[in-house]
Design a protein around this ligand. Structure first.
Ligand SMILES: *Cc1c(COP(=O)(O)O)cnc(C)c1O
Length: 453
């Protein structure tokens, strides 16, 4: 699709809708001449050059990429009206769209019924899930793994609940034996499982954790902010499939602004039990909710939210639906890119694969005997890759304890933590760029200063 054309069409369509109302006098206080605007506009676009090329396959660093053109057009069209999805009278059309996309997300995870809404992002979405968890288990703590997103600890502080950190296994997944020990203490009411950790893309054993829910009555919340849309690739048959097990957990969070092709400002939280809506009551003494008769503002902690975010996601899912052939094809390509990247790193004489990627995040490091040596070399490669104006490569780093190299079978000495290299291959185009990316990284290592050790 031609973005320029459809942006123009969006402006024209909304202008046509507005023209049906009585003409009125524009106020001079808002008038800006094209000359005035031109200078300011050029200053802005000039300053925006101070960015990394998130769109380009050579950007293989953090979880960043531009939204799909469909999302841009959907957002702009709705933004020209600027509905507020806090309440139905803030914008009936986008409120209805939000309920529809939430139902599609709930269906993707297999929830037979649900209550949910969009949020400003994953952090607030997780806060909402933990807020509900606190209302249900007011005196009990929250357990999450060492590799869980850092905001869970912060949100526990905010909610006034003790947070318990459960160790991760040698693949970066929650150690359920340690988790069970904690549950036996009777101090934990909710376990946060991460489906796609931010660092390594590891998926906690959600299927196995269901037994803990049964045995200890713990709530299970799944933080799938990053990995959630990989549910589209889950086969029907595998019983312990973590993605299928989400349907039997109590809540899930997914970020459309990560793998859902959306601009920032779009997270989502979905609860399995619509009755949790009672905890949000602020105006009216509700006792029971069904998912269909609520205003979004009655079931969210945030007040004002962009209706445009719902419109953008709604339009995107019309053309790239939540099916294996729709958005799933995008995720399948990113996954293939990660598998190929890992394969090539394994063949490399200068790189080691930190661990097998589970999703589309690959962690690797330049070979060295010591953690300190790996750390220094990673910092150098990261900087050198970005500084090469002619042929740049953009990576990110992840700090890991030295013992985590050894638990993964790497012969690395030293005590201190070390940075390793991390590439989030979240653009489908990465599939076509794997060979050149790895070759480029190998070259950056080869161009290093001669070791004087
Ligand atoms: C990104 C992320 C978050 C935080 O989400 P934001 O949208 O950045 O607020 C939480 N958990 C996981 C696993 C994430 O990857």
């Amino acid at each position: 699709m031609d973005l320029k054309f459809w942006l123009g069409r969006a402006v024209a369509e909304i202008a046509e809708w507005a023209a049906a109302y009585e003409p009125y006098r524009a106020h001079p206080s808002l008038q800006v001449t094209d000359d005035q605007f031109s200078a300011a506009f050029l200053a802005l676009t000039g300053r925006l050059h101070d960015n990394y090329p998130f769109f380009h396959p050579s950007y293989a660093g953090q979880m960043l990429k531009p939204p799909h053109p469909a999302a841009v057009v959907g957002y702009l069209a709705a933004m020209l009206i600027n509905p507020n999805n806090h309440a139905l009278d803030g914008g009936p059309a986008t409120a209805a769209m939000e309920k529809e996309v939430i139902a599609e997300i709930a269906r993707m995870f297999g929830f037979p019924q649900h209550l949910g809404h969009l949020t400003g992002g994953g952090t607030v979405a997780n806060l909402e899930a933990l807020f509900v968890a606190r209302q249900i288990h007011p005196d009990l703590g929250i357990a999450y793994s060492t590799d869980a997103h850092y905001t869970h600890g912060r949100m526990c502080q905010l909610l006034g609940l003790p947070g318990y950190v459960v160790p991760a296994d040698s693949r970066g997944r929650m150690d359920l034996t340690a988790c069970e020990e904690l549950l036996r203490s009777g101090r934990v009411g909710t376990v946060v499982l991460t489906a796609g950790t931010t660092g390594l893309g590891a998926v906690d054993p959600i299927g196995e954790a269901l037994a803990l829910k049964a045995a200890y009555g713990a709530r299970l919340h799944v933080d799938a902010a990053y990995g959630g849309f990989f549910a589209l690739l889950a086969g029907e048959e595998a019983q312990a499939d973590p993605w299928r097990a989400i349907a039997r957990c109590d809540s899930v969070v997914v970020d459309p602004h990560k793998h859902g092709l959306q601009p920032y400002g779009c997270g989502a939280v979905v609860f399995a039990d619509p009755a949790v809506g009672r905890f949000y009551a602020h105006d009216s003494p509700y006792t029971y909710f069904t998912s269909d008769d609520l205003h979004l503002g009655e079931i969210s902690l945030e007040c004002s939210r962009a209706g445009a975010a719902a419109a953008a996601l709604w339009l995107t899912l019309r053309v790239l639906p939540l099916t294996p052939e729709g958005l799933g094809a995008v995720l399948a390509a990113t996954r293939r890119a990660a598998v190929a990247f890992a394969h090539q790193v394994r063949q490399s004489p200068v790189l080691s694969l930190y661990q097998e990627p589970e999703l589309d995040i690959v962690a690797y490091f330049p070979r060295h005997e010591t953690a300190a040596g790996i750390d220094a070399e990673c910092a150098r490669v990261l900087a050198a890759g970005m500084a090469d104006a002619a042929d740049p490569v953009f990576l990110s780093t992840l700090r890991v304890p030295a013992s985590d190299f050894r638990s993964r079978g790497h012969d690395v000495s030293g005590d201190g933590p070390a940075r390793i290299l991390r590439s989030v291959l979240m653009k489908p185009e990465h599939e076509f760029a794997v060979e050149s990316l790895v070759a480029r990284i190998e070259r950056a290592i080869g161009q290093g200063p001669p070791s004087c050790g």
